[in-house]
Design a protein around this ligand. Structure first.
Ligand code: SF4
Ligand code: SF4
Length: 124
C-alpha cells in the first residue's frame, strides 16, 4: 500500500515522468491559482476584460462558479473545484480537458508546488 498522504508533502514521491502513467492525478486536486493571462488563454475572459478591471472579472466568474475567490493584493484568482476537490477541468478519466491551454502553474508542476520536485503520485 502507498504511504503517500496527499495532505502531507513530506510523504510525497520524487517526481519522474514515468510516475504520471496510471496516476490518479492528485496534482489536479491541489489549490489552483491563476492570473488574468491564464484566464484569457482558457477563454474564460475576453480581450477587453484582459485589459480591464480584475475585480469585475472576479465578480462575474465567481457568480458563474468558475472561481472561488480573488486576491486583489496579488491579482490571483483561486479556481473553483468539483465536489471531490478536483479541478473543474479534470475529466472522469483523470485527463486534463484543457491541456493545450492549461494554466502556468500546471505547466510548471512539480517544479513549483507545495514541495518542489515531489508529487502526490498514487497509482489507481
Ligand atoms: S501527481 Fe505527479 S505523477 Fe501524478 S499525474 Fe500529477 S505530476 Fe504526474
Ligand atoms: S487545468 Fe488541467 S492540469 Fe491544471 S489542475 Fe486542472 S485538470 Fe489539472
Amino acid at each position: 500500500m502507498s504511504s503517500v498522504n496527499f495532505n502531507l508533502p513530506s510523504t510525497w514521491i520524487k517526481f519522474r515522468p514515468s510516475l504520471c502513467e496510471g496516476c490518479s492525478a492528485l496534482c489536479c486536486s491541489l489549490p489552483l491559482e491563476l492570473d488574468k493571462e491564464d484566464l484569457f488563454r482558457l477563454e474564460l475572459i475576453s480581450e477587453d476584460e484582459l485589459h480591464g478591471s480584475l475585480k469585475k472579472i472576479a465578480k462575474r466568474l465567481q457568480s458563474q462558479k468558475v472561481i472561488k475567490s480573488f486576491r486583489a493584493g496579488t491579482g490571483l484568482f483561486m479556481m473553483a473545484q468539483k465536489m471531490d476537490g478536483s479541478c473543474i477541468f479534470l475529466s472522469d478519466k483523470k485527463k486534463c480537458t484543457v491541456y493545450e491551454k492549461r494554466p502556468r502553474v500546471c505547466r510548471e508542476f512539480p517544479k513549483i508546488g507545495p514541495r518542489a520536485g515531489y508529487c502526490p503520485s498514487i497509482k489507481e
